[in-house]
Every structure is written in structure tokens, then in C-alpha cells.
Design a protein around this ligand. Sequence first.
Ligand SMILES: [Zn+2]
Length: 333
Amino acid sequence: MILLPVLNNPYNYNMEKLLCGVDLGGTKLSVGLINTEGKIQDKFTVYDHVGKDEIKIVDQITGLIRQLISKNGLAESDLKGIGMGFPGHVRYKDGYTLTTSNLKGFKNFPLRHSVAKHFKIPVLLDNDANAQAFCEFKFGTGMGYESLIFLTISTGIGAGIILDKKLYRGITGTAGEFGHTIVNPESDLVCTCGNKGCLMACACGLALPHLFKKKIAEGMRTTLPLDADFDYSKIDGKMIKQGFDSGDPVSASIMKECADYIGIIVYNIFQIFNPPLIILGGGLCCWGCSYLEHVRRKFKELARDMIFDRIDILESSAGGDAGLIGAAALLLE
Ligand SMILES: [Zn+2]
């Protein structure tokens, strides 16, 4: 007898179990059912978790998972497990959250256990950038590579390290905090960690208001239509992109400066890991081709004749649900 593959089976009922992903962010909380091809079957996204304490957020997460299971006519045993991504430091071994600047509380909080005690299936907890990196590796730009480094550059900077098909987490689980590596000790830009000259202080959304103010104070003129009492803390990636596109010299100078720093970190990553691929993602990548080209140019200028094998520096392709899909995909690691 010839067994034909089951087609048109959106839930893979008779094939592989579905994965449940949870992406707990500073503005949104998403819970989804994801198949082993990385496709979302169904998801809920809420925003009213912001400001709640840890216990209430755990209740909300478990409630949303149960709703999703029953809405899709499933039982808990139809799921392979639950993978969660958290916006901060996580101790991977015991599933404690250590710190976060995006949510209230969660200092030394047993998040994995607090969710796991409501279910019989396995529950995993990791940092959200690690989850995104794993999504790129399984289903995105990193497909087909054995190792890669993923950098996400938006308001802050996160990263994930994949070596030989596994996430490298370090002894605690906090490896890959490239945002806190110091790229300019002479800088007077202070990072959220308190140090001066961290990559995060110099080259992401958090840095933009300070960079803009600095350029104006140095005498550069902007062509952006700003009022005399303009609040510089409102400067964000979109404004810089608009400015760049309309020929504003301040915006162009900021974009170049940020790209230089990202080029430096890409070079440092190259020297430390010698990876075949570095993926750049996050909101500031909307700055587009000239930004990415500038990053590549800076990297090549520093690496010169030390590149012996091909290294790809590519844009992320996993999209806005990378954190959710990646968290679920951790169950496949
Ligand atoms: Zn720092």
C-alpha cells in the first residue's frame, strides 16, 4: 500500500504537534499556536498587561493559552509545549527572570515555574532576542546556516548567538548582550546600564535624541520643520529616516554615525566568532539600503585583508512575529 501525504491539513493534527509561543513584551503580549514550519495558526495579542504585577501577568498568559487551546478545538496534549520570550535578562537553567527595563517587577521571578505549574506539557523561557535569533535560524534569513549572530537594533539593542545549530547562552543565559559592549570609551552618552559609550548608548533609538541635540549644539542646521521649543526626546528612527530622505544634513550625519558603530560591532563580532552570517533586524533597519551599505562598508574598512571566507551581512526576514514564532520554536532546539 502506498501512503500518501496528508494535504490541506492546516493544523497538522495527524502529523506533528503544534507549538505554543508566548511573546511577553513591554507594549504587547502575544500568545500563539505555531506549526513546526513556523506558520502561525492562531494568536491573541493584548496590550492591557502593561502595569500589571507578575502574578496577574502569569494569570493572563495561562488564561490566553487555555482560550487558544479551546477556541481551536484542541487539548493540552495536542501541544508539544510552551516556549516563552521575555524582554530582559533570563536565567535559562531555572527559568527565573533577572532584570527588565520594559515591565514592572520581574526581578528574580520564577516565571517559567509559575506558568508551568498550570500545565502538564514542557515550558521553556528565554530572552526575546534569543527567540528572534532562533526564528531567523529556523525559518528566516538564517535557514541553511549552521551558525549566525543576530542583532536587533530598535529602541535598544538585543542579540542572539547560534553556534553549530544551538543557541549559545553563557553560564547564566545572558550571553550576547552586544548592546552593552563599549564601542566608544570617550563618549559622554550614558547607557541604561550606567556605563558610558555602550553600543546601546551610541547607535539605537535611545541614542537619537542625544545625537540630534549634540549635532545642533555643534552648529549643524537641520532642515526638518521643528518648532523653536521642539522637545528633542521625540526624535525617533522614523523622523531621522524622513530627514535623511529629504536631504537633512543632521539626519544624514546621525544615520552615518549609528551605522559606523554598528559596523564596528559587526567587525568585533567577526573577530570573536568568525561566523558565516550576521543578521541585522529591528526598527532602525527601516533606514534602508544606504544604512545597511554603510554598515557593510565600515566593516570591510576595518576587516580589510582579514576576511578569508565569505561572510554575509544580511537583513532579517522574519518580520514582526519573529519573537512569538521564535519562542515557540525553542521547543525544537
Ligand atoms: Zn550599557
